[in-house]
Design a protein around this ligand. Structure first.
Ligand SMILES: C[S@@+](CC[C@H](N)C(=O)[O-])C[C@H]1O[C@@H](n2cnc3c(N)ncnc32)[C@H](O)[C@@H]1O
Length: 321
């Protein structure tokens, strides 16, 4: 840690200790400021920011706090700057540049949707679907998966890393989001396509075993209350189109029907209130079977899956022709 004069902050603690700041005092200052600003989980955010600035794991930070270790005034100043940004509701993940998703840490920042914990369940369901499809295929078969509206690449990255035999593709319309996805997906061998998920190229038809998606689905009038979401998540990632927000979820289902091989599966995330409508929509579609609603860890109906029916066996006449 380089010792330098602070200057940027008027914190009395910093002024009284020009050579540095005790880690425990600094953490308390950060947590108090975030509490005052109404940030949820202020202590956790204060610790994550401090660990980020100091380049240490949170466990080591806790040990430093207990020992009353010194933090240089330069690091303390950088930390308090970040605390101020967090207090003004810049998402924590934009400040650290990282978002946890299952066992991965994804690179994120302005212009890309921050992956949410509930989407981890959707990734698990897609992995379960892959395992199910694999049961009826030869051992050397390589499944093909596509993530529609990949954002940071969260779902595609999780699937590629947890099912390394799969050929994974990801589609994203926004150039800004695609730049983040590229950073996260390239090391995992996922192919990224910057294009509109509503336009399915002819040579992609009937070629994927699993389609997974967390599309935009918020209804037009339901502007999110949290500033982190309203101001910092891109609009293209939030609003699903139409008064019910269902234009994009319906577009994903339509695309999935074209992309899937017979016997393939899709799963898509949505809002809890949209579950009955989407399940009904899928059940009314003769091409889709085994429609199911999936709950998140809080027991809310947050995803719908279905199976594209197998092609009917050819008739004797078709067989002979
Ligand atoms: C709710 S975000 C989800 C991102 C990511 N799947 C996740 O779970 O973190 C939806 C994503 O779909 C993208 N998107 C919106 N409309 C699209 C379209 N027509 N074609 C492709 N991607 C689109 C948005 O830019 C955004 O990245």
């Amino acid at each position: 840690m380089v010792q330098q004069e602070s200057g940027a902050h008027s914190s009395p603690e910093i002024k009284h200790r020009p050579g540095g700041q005790h880690a425990d005092v600094l953490l308390k200052t950060g947590a108090d400021r975030l509490t005052e600003a109404g940030v949820p989980s202020p202590r956790t955010d204060a610790e994550i920011l401090a660990a980020h600035v100091l380049g240490v794991p949170r466990g080591r930070l806790a040990a430093m706090a207990i020992a009353g270790s010194d933090v240089s005034s330069g690091d303390a100043s950088r930390y308090l700057d970040l605390v101020e940004e967090r207090a003004s509701r810049v998402p924590l993940q934009h400040l650290t540049g990282l978002a946890p998703f299952r066992h991965l840490e994804l690179r994120v920042g302005p212009g890309v949707f921050i992956p949410r914990p509930e989407t981890e369940q959707v990734a698990q369901a897609a992995l379960d679907q892959l395992a199910r499809v694999a049961q009826s295929r030869p051992a050397q078969w390589r499944p093909r998966v596509i993530d529609l509206g990949t954002g940071s690449g969260a779902l595609a990255a999780a699937i590629a890393s947890e099912h390394p035999g799969a050929e994974v593709h990801a589609v994203e319309l926004s150039a800004q989001a695609a730049a983040w996805a590229e950073m996260n997906l390239r090391p995992l061998g996922v192919t990224l396509h910057q294009r509109d998920l509503r336009e399915v190229p002819a040579d992609w038809e009937s070629s994927f075993d699993v389609v997974v998606s967390n599309p935009p689905y918020i209804p037009a009038g339901m502007v999110p209350r949290e500033e982190e979401v309203r101001v910092h998540d891109p609009e293209l990632a939030l609003y699903g189109g139409g008064a019910d927000g269902l234009s994009m979820p319906h577009a994903v289902i339509a695309a999935a029907k074209r992309l899937l091989v017979p016997g393939g599966w899709f799963i898509l995330e949505h809002a809890e209130v949209q579950a009955p409508v989407l399940a009904e929509h899928c059940r009314a579609d003769a091409a889709l079977e085994r429609v199911a609603t999936h709950q998140d860890l809080a027991g809310r109906d947050r995803a719908t899956s279905a199976h594209l029916g197998e092609e009917p066996a050819p008739s004797v006449e078709e067989w002979r022709a």
